[in-house]
Design a protein around this ligand. Structure first.
Ligand code: LIP
Length: 271
């Protein structure tokens, strides 16, 4: 992507993300009742609904109406590969589609803005909880306008740890084997069904740590910025940035302890 003009300010990108996430969240919330599977993706369990597509279409249209020179990467529509502004939006219209399909509350609309490859602004709307999270890089994280800070670390054996499972059977089998080693060493496990809700919940202290293999950048871009701006470390298993191999998050001391537990188990491999 070639860049033209001055970098836009982060707050205006965040404000646009929040406005669009609010409208998209309302559309998706209204469409949840009676929703059915429209299609499947990587496996028969990896579903997409009419509302995933409609919500992403609305987000793309609203973002590009205001910023026509930006690029957009979305879970459902892929990478448009356009854009000359240096800004790329990373969008998950409904993160937690299976929760959405079954009428659960924990699903989210995630919109992040990257400038030259760095996530600088984010909005995560969890409509059925009535929660709008937002963050700018270096500017902190907020829930409904109030600054949030994650609570201090706890020792690993007292940690409530969220995780998730991929859609491929072989990967799930390895994730289950790893879980057998994790469960006896932590307070308990939660499988909420939305990586975005897990990561913003971590920022709120609803869990103490989170790990998952096989996420995509749209799963973590926006909620990962909310989490890191709330004082959490969000990375991979080897001390690098979050990746499809593994996303692992928590207060730095706890994230380190969890990495030490997971690394020898091959948690960033399929076994
Ligand atoms: C899902 C996640 C879920 C995870 C799945 C998937 P989707 O996103 O948020 O927690 O375990 O692997 O990535 O498919 O509902 O947008």
């Amino acid at each position: 992507m070639s860049t033209t003009g001055a970098a836009p300010d982060r707050e205006s990108l965040r404000d646009l993300a929040v406005r669009v996430a609010a409208e998209a969240g309302e559309l998706a919330r209204e469409g949840q009742a009676g929703i059915t599977v429209l299609d499947t993706k990587s496996s028969p369990t990896d579903v997409v609904t009419r509302m995933d597509r409609a919500t992403e279409d609305l987000i793309r249209a609203r973002l590009l109406a205001e910023r026509p020179d930006d690029a957009v990467l979305g879970e459902e529509g892929g990478d448009d590969e356009g854009g000359t502004s240096g800004v790329r939006w990373v969008v998950d219209p409904i993160d937690g589609t299976v929760n959405y399909l079954y009428g659960h509350h924990d699903w989210a609309v995630s919109i992040a803005a990257e400038v030259d490859g760095v996530v600088v602004a984010a909005a995560v709307n969890v409509p059925r909880r009535g929660e709008m999270y937002e963050a700018v890089l270096g500017g902190g994280a907020r829930l409904d306008g109030r600054t949030i800070q994650a609570p201090p670390a706890v020792p690993l054996d007292q940690a409530l740890v969220a995780t998730g499972f991929g859609y491929l059977p072989e990967r799930r089998a390895q994730q289950a084997r790893i879980l057998l080693e994790v469960v006896p060493r932590v307070r308990d496990i939660r499988r909420g069904g939305s990586a975005a809700v897990d990561l913003v919940g971590l920022a709120m202290g609803r869990v103490n740590a989170y790990y998952e293999r096989g996420l995509h950048v749209w799963d973590w871009a926006a909620p990962g910025l909310v989490a890191s701006e709330a004082g959490l470390r969000v990375g991979d298993l080897r001390g690098g940035p979050p990746s499809e191999d593994l996303v692992i998050a928590g207060r730095p001391e706890l994230q380190e302890s969890l990495r030490t537990l997971l690394a020898p188990l091959g948690a960033d491999t399929d076994g």
